[in-house]
Design a protein around this ligand. Structure first.
Ligand SMILES: NC(=O)C1=CN([C@@H]2O[C@H](COP(=O)(O)OP(=O)(O)OC[C@H]3O[C@@H](n4cnc5c(N)ncnc54)[C@H](OP(=O)(O)O)[C@@H]3O)[C@@H](O)[C@H]2O)[C@H](O)CC1
Ligand SMILES: [K+]
Length: 537
């Protein structure tokens, strides 16, 4: 998995590399950063020889990287137009050193070095339009707030001309105007085709809207000591990768049988929402549950006859929705379950709330709670904390807002700290569904960001399938932890959505079509065969 840092964490690493026991001179790190951009740019766009490259250099160290880039590009035969936005006196020592070196090269015909303020706007536009490549070294991890007017005007020009003339933009560390911690972006933030980032990935590269502005992200460790880069901070965040999921979805033992792959109990549905129960059950089947038993109110359970023979259906009670009178019958049914998915389509009757609380109190295996199940847990923190079984909650933003009391806008702006607090206080592993989906462990320590999925998945029923998948993976014979099960299910669910988008088109595919892709994803070597081949251990 990819470690994701904040700007402050990166700065701390930077400081330790320079001032701690490693004593790497700051100019060296800047040199390596600049060189990395030149190297990675060439790997994508070919030799620099003969190219006209515009480099916009800001007033911070991101701009300093730009000076280094210019020198290396010239060495490779590119003609550089370096536009300086800062004041020499205000630059950091390392930036000033690299600026001076570049100034000493000014008589080279390949080097145009100018203060941006000395240029008229039409000239800037013309130069951009006639270039082969633009380097954005204006602002990196130091960006905060909204772009100030001068910087905004410049970013607007760069975006407009680059877009019109189809000139690639390479961002140094972060595109200007994107918050490295949250992905929040100014509306005029620079839209890069590639971002070369240093040391460790930044969170804002994986969170929208920043995720859309960074283009292809390439990491270069710029010679920083690996113990510093690998160090686990107190609040760590990771982006999920296929290899992480492969570790959880281990190969089945050849002697295993349906009893060893977990029996998933689905407690879901009501008179008007039978589909939610069936989709959750299908999610569990497709994610590999040994057996799936759906407990559904009797009045609608008859409609399932013959629909999905692989699902065992237990018809419960006499009312159109679950009530506390049904808890005894349900408890009988779930006695042999390895995990339970509770909530999809339950409805919001007060009587159903009593039922949900009783299941929570009496269940003897882990529970995944979703949708109306979560609705009934508003204000029930103490009851939830008293539950003896591990819990995973899978809300979308509105459900999380209702449950936690946090405003939707606050969650959208910066969900991670809120999720951590919630997970710790409620003692649940939480999956916040969205773009991207976040998974937070019950201790609130580690946060995982999913990297799969697409907008075609934004339709009813997709969440129900996920709930069933989480429960099935949680009940596997290798007993993954709650966070592992949630991560694997979320990643596979998104990857299945991506496969649907490829097969059917960007949207319009159904939750059951998505569920059907899950075993294909496993089989296509994306998970299972990699383990067989010994590529992933
Ligand atoms: N981390 C590493 O390993 C290395 C990083 N390097 C590079 O350094 C930058 C971070 O440098 P820093 O000086 O901390 O910050 P930036 O250059 O990214 O940005 C600071 C300048 O940006 C101005 N700023 C900030 N917000 C705005 C805004 N909203 N509008 C306009 N201008 C803004 C800020 O101005 P202030 O007045 O607020 O001070 C600064 O002028 C990192 O990203 C890497 O590229 C090293 O070179 C190698 C090691
Ligand atoms: K930048």
């Amino acid at each position: 998995m990819k470690k994701l840092n904040t700007a402050a964490q990166m700065k701390a690493i930077d400081r330790e590399a320079m001032q701690g026991r490693y004593q790497i001179p700051p100019t060296v790190l800047m040199e390596n950063a600049g060189h990395a951009v030149v190297t990675h740019g060439m790997q994508v766009w070919g030799p620099w020889q003969g190219k006209r490259v515009i480099i916009f250099c800001g007033a911070g160290n991101n701009g300093g990287d730009g000076f280094v880039i210019a020198r290396h590009l010239m060495a490779q035969g590119a003609k550089v137009y370096v536009y300086i936005c800062g004041e020499e006196s205000a630059y950091s020592e390392e930036s000033r050193i690299h600026l001076r070196t570049l100034q000493a090269m000014q008589d080279d015909p390949l080097c145009h070095l100018q203060y941006l303020s000395s240029l008229a706007e039409p000239v800037v536009r013309r130069r951009i339009a006639h270039s082969h490549m633009i380097i954005d070294a204006l602002i990196g991890t130091g960006f905060h707030g909204m772009l100030r007017p001068k910087m905004r005007a410049l970013a607007q020009i760069i975006n407009a001309v680059a877009h019109e003339a189809k000139i690639p933009v390479i961002a140094v560390d972060m595109p200007t105007g994107v918050d490295a911690d949250t992905g929040a972006s100014d509306k005029d933030a620079i839209h890069a085709m590639m971002t070369v980032t240093f040391g460790v990935h930044k969170r804002g590269q994986f969170i929208y809207p920043g995720k859309e502005l960074v283009g292809k992200v390439v990491l270069d460790t710029i010679g920083m000591p690996m113990p510093l880069l690998r160090k686990e901070e107190n609040d760590c965040m990771y982006a999920l990768e296929l290899a992480d999921i492969a570790e959880i979805m281990t190969k089945r033992s050849p002697t295993s049988h349906k009893g060893t792959h977990g029996t998933v109990g689905i407690i879901a549905g009501s008179a008007t929402m039978l589909g939610a129960a069936l989709m959750a059950a299908q999610g569990a089947v497709r994610a590999g549950a040994g057996k799936v038993r759906a407990m559904i109110p009797s009045v609608v359970a008859t409609h399932t006859m013959g629909l999905y023979p692989e699902i065992m259906v237990a018809a419960i009670g006499t009312t159109p929705y679950f009530t506390s009178a049904d808890s005894k019958a349900v408890m009988e049914q779930i006695r042999d379950c390895s995990s339970i998915a509770l909530g999809p389509g339950l409805g919001r009757s007060k009587e159903t709330q009593d039922f949900v609380l009783q299941i929570l109190e009496k269940a003897s295996c882990p529970l995944v709670i979703d949708a109306d199940g979560l609705y009934h847990l508003q204000g029930m923190k103490d009851r939830v904390r008293r539950c003896l079984q591990p819990l995973i909650f899978t809300p979308h933003i509105a459900e999380f807002s209702r449950l936690s009391g946090y405003a939707i806008d606050a969650i959208k702006t910066n969900p991670v700290p809120l999720l951590r607090v919630f997970a710790q206080e409620w003692q649940v592993c939480i999956v916040l569904k969205g773009a991207p989906t976040y998974i937070v462990s019950a201790e609130g320590k580690a946060v995982y960001i999913n990297t799969t999925g697409n907008a075609g998945m934004a339709c009813g029923g997709m969440g129900d399938v996920l709930t069933g998948m989480v429960a099935a993976i949680w009940g596997r014979e290798n007993n993954p932890m709650a966070t592992q099960a949630a991560c694997a299910a979320v990643y596979l669910h998104g990857a299945s959505g991506d496969a649907c988008a490829k097969d059917y088109g960007p949207y319009g595919y159904t939750p059951l079509e998505l569920a059907r892709q899950v075993p294909c994803i496993l089989q296509q070597g994306q998970v299972v065969t990699k383990i067989d081949d010994g590529e992933i251990g």
